[in-house]
Design a binder for this molecule. Structure first.
Ligand code: UT7
Length: 319
């Protein structure tokens, strides 16, 4: 599998830390020193579907691929506009990718890495030649805007890549899950009763995060996952040009860089401008890095994600 095109879409409305400080008890100083975040894009008119469609069209154009050439669409999201029809099917309809199989996955902030793993397995099994992989979120609708410890961290957006089976550029790929620790980052947000349960409907719940527990999980698990993928690939950390990590906290990225003994220059970031966009953060950052012309042919690139589940994923690519 090879990535042959990237695209992304962010909502127009930008909300700064100062904007948040005007509606809740927080400050630019607290948010930026603890997380690196200065602003985020928040959907007002846009939806998870509309942003995915724009990102998908941009990725297709970048790849020079027509929608009808796609045989597979996988969308990673925890915040699709509705449960069914799912996001991938909505995108399929909007872009006219009539020959594609379409389904969604939920592996939270690791979702795009799981997209990659599934598409690679499809291609290695001969089941796909050209696929569209999406990571998209409207997390602003899953936030408790009265909980300052979580709502300031997240943003909205969509990223997409087109992959092809023309070349095998995947050198290493690992994923994992640890459900027994999963409740440190949760969001139920579903009706929990029916007429036969004898229970009153519980109020809708929003994202709840035990930040320090997730932080400790991330700084331990991400370097281990990257090292495992590098070992699988037979690539040394020093040989990697860029590490494109899920953007959850600048301090987590700095800690991963330190543990891998790699300079921060190899870790591009957009968390300052976008916050944490869960499954969308890796493809959005990858698109920026590509459009900025930072990656050269044959560069070794690491992608890594981690988050709710708890889940994690990392892959090593030869570009
Ligand atoms: O993508 C999914 C993966 N998610 C992550 O990787 C997130 C990982 N965790 C983190 O990034 C950090 O734990 C946070 C940024 C979420 C929090 O940073 P922290 O240093 O762990 O802060 P804390 O939760 O221990 O809170 C410290 C203080 C508390 O006040 P007291 O009890 O010390 O008086 C909070 O009430 O900061 C207070 N606080 C705030 N103050 C101003 C919490 N949120 C805010 C806020 N503004 N927005």
């Amino acid at each position: 599998m090879k990535i042959i095109g990237t695209g992304s879409c962010l909502p127009e409305r930008i909300v700064t830390n100062q904007d948040l400080a005007e509606i809740m008890d927080t400050s630019d100083e607290w948010i930026s020193t603890r997380t690196g975040i200065r602003k985020r894009h928040i959907a007002t008119e846009e939806t998870t579907t509309s942003m995915s469609v724009v990102a998908a069209k941009r990725a297709l154009e970048d790849a020079g691929v027509k929608p009808e050439e796609l045989d597979l669409i996988i969308a990673a999201t925890v915040s699709s506009d509705q449960i069914i029809p799912m996001l991938s099917a909505q995108v399929q309809a909007e872009i006219g990718a009539d020959n594609a199989v379409a389904f969604d996955i939920n592996a939270a902030c690791s979702g795009f890495l799981f997209d990659m793993a599934i598409a690679d397995a499809y291609m290695k099994a001969g089941g796909s030649k050209k696929a569209l992989l999406i990571g998209a979120e409207t997390l602003s609708k899953l936030m408790d805007w009265n909980d300052r410890s979580s709502c300031v961290l997240f943003g909205d957006g969509a990223g997409a890549v087109v992959v092809s089976d023309e070349e095998d550029c995947v050198l290493g790929m690992v994923q994992g899950a640890k459900g027994k620790d999963g409740m440190v980052l949760s969001c139920v947000n579903r009706n929990t009763s029916n007429p036969f349960s004898g229970k009153e409907p519980a109020p809708l719940s929003y994202v709840h995060m035990e930040g320090q527990a997730v932080y400790k999980f991330a700084v331990k698990t991400v370097p281990a996952a990257i090292n495992e993928a590098l070992e699988q690939a037979g690539v040394a950390a020093d040989e990697v040009s860029y590490y494109i990590l899920h953007q959850a906290n600048l301090r987590i990225i700095e800690s991963v860089a330190k543990r891998l003994d790699q300079p921060m220059e190899k870790f591009p970031t957009n968390i300052q401008d976008c916050g944490n966009i869960s499954a969308a953060s890796v493809p959005i950052l990858l698109d920026k890095v590509c459009k900025d012309g930072m990656i050269k042919a044959r560069d070794k690139i690491v992608l890594a994600g981690f988050g709710a589940g708890l889940t994690w994923g990392a892959c090593v690519l030869s570009w």
